[in-house]
Design a protein around this ligand. Structure first.
Ligand code: UT7
Length: 329
């Protein structure tokens, strides 16, 4: 028995922050951002009292309605996020409560930009155990809550979004067939949030020093991202005897168009088989892969071989091989 995605929904908040608007905030240009990253605009969650869970709940409620799922039948909710509503309780607990999922257990997974695929693989093992029948995996981040809008190196990259999938048992050969997940904590020096954890709790000093924002050494992260995301995507193809023509879609984490292009090239994939929406949303961390699947859902066919690939802070990275379980509209 395998675990298959049986439905997907996503949500991006309405406010669109364009490169033009960013030009008025920091010393940057539309041309630099497009050339170096491929991003034209990103969505931002505006408004007091709204957090990651509010975007996630939009995605989850849409998913429940779309798949005709009774919230009381859901067994488990896993939320991948680096921007939880609060340090604890888990954002998954808050999402479950707001969505009326009252017979489930729920927890968060923090694997930075690889969190959605880590969570998907974790959820698939619960299904494969036979003990759980309906699991919702959410990838959601309000990156605007930890982005320094005076730092041009990071503020142009990130956006806010959430996506959710429903996993159910599958016995017809479709579903999550294989995965390769990796971590190298030595990479933490290049991408992290300096303060707010137990090592360096929040203080007036940490706030003044702007230590509660994303810290990224872009070039160092870029080098690791390009090689590791491409390597792990090729590795999963080889491990499963997949040639480029066997792969229907690559669904890459959307961090930088140049990283996506390099990965597709190494896999020998034509660009029309690669889901790319970074131009509209930027890097939404845990939102990128489910946002892509959601936008491409209508084009997907039962039996399509799909490779998901991600790289993120930690460092964390990995790939997932799945056979799509249903025809899009
Ligand atoms: O999703 C999790 C993992 N994260 C990633 O995968 C991100 C990986 N890294 C990247 O995508 C890229 O490194 C960035 C997009 C972050 C930066 O692109 P880059 O081509 O590596 O630029 P750079 O950092 O080497 O900077 C080149 C120049 C520098 O100026 P000098 O020193 O050459 O004069 C920067 O100061 O571009 C400058 N620069 C900017 N200029 C205009 C940096 N940010 C900007 C900006 N606008 N926003």
């Amino acid at each position: 028995m395998k675990a298959a995605i049986k439905g997907i929904h996503a949500y991006a908040p309405p406010y669109v922050l364009t490169n033009k608007e960013l030009e008025t905030m920091v010393d940057t240009t539309d041309e630099w951002i497009i050339t170096r990253t491929g991003i034209k605009e990103r969505h931002i969650q505006k408004g007091e009292g709204l957090g990651t869970s509010d975007m996630a709940v939009e995605a989850v409620k849409g998913l429940l309605a779309k798949t005709n799922t009774d919230p009381l039948e859901v067994d488990l909710v896993i939320c991948a996020t680096v921007t939880p509503d609060m340090v604890y309780p888990a954002t998954a607990n808050i999402i479950s409560n707001k969505a009326g999922i009252n017979n489930a257990f729920s927890f968060d997974i923090n694997a930075a930009c690889s969190g959605f695929i880590y969570s998907l693989v974790t959820a698939s093992k619960y299904i494969e155990s036979g003990a759980y029948k309906k699991i919702i995996v959410v990838g959601a981040d309000k990156m605007s809550s930890i982005v320094d809008y005076t730092d041009r190196q990071t503020c142009v990259i990130f956006g806010d979004a959430a996506g959710a999938v429903l996993l159910e048992p599958s016995e017809n050969g479709t579903g999550i067939l294989d995965s390769i997940l990796r971590t190298n904590g030595a990479g933490r020096v290049h991408l992290h949030q300096k303060a707010g954890g137990s090592l360096r709790p929040a203080s007036i000093e940490t706030v003044i020093n702007r230590e509660h924002f994303v810290y990224q050494e872009g070039q160092a992260v870029f080098k690791f991202a390009v090689s590791n995301m491409a390597d792990v995507s090729v590795e999963i193809m080889e491990k499963n005897n997949l040639a480029a023509e066997d792969v229907a879609w690559l669904v890459p984490h959307q961090a930088n168009l140049r990283i996506i292009d390099a990965t597709a090239r190494r896999m020998g994939l034509d660009k029309n088989k690669v889901m790319i929406n970074i131009q509209k949303y930027g890097n939404t961390t845990n939102g990128t892969i489910p946002m892509c699947l959601y936008e491409w859902e209508n084009k997907l066919k039962k039996g399509d071989n799909i490779i998901l690939a991600a790289f993120g802070g930690g460092f964390t990275w990995g790939s997932v091989y799945l056979k799509w379980a249903y025809d899009g509209e």
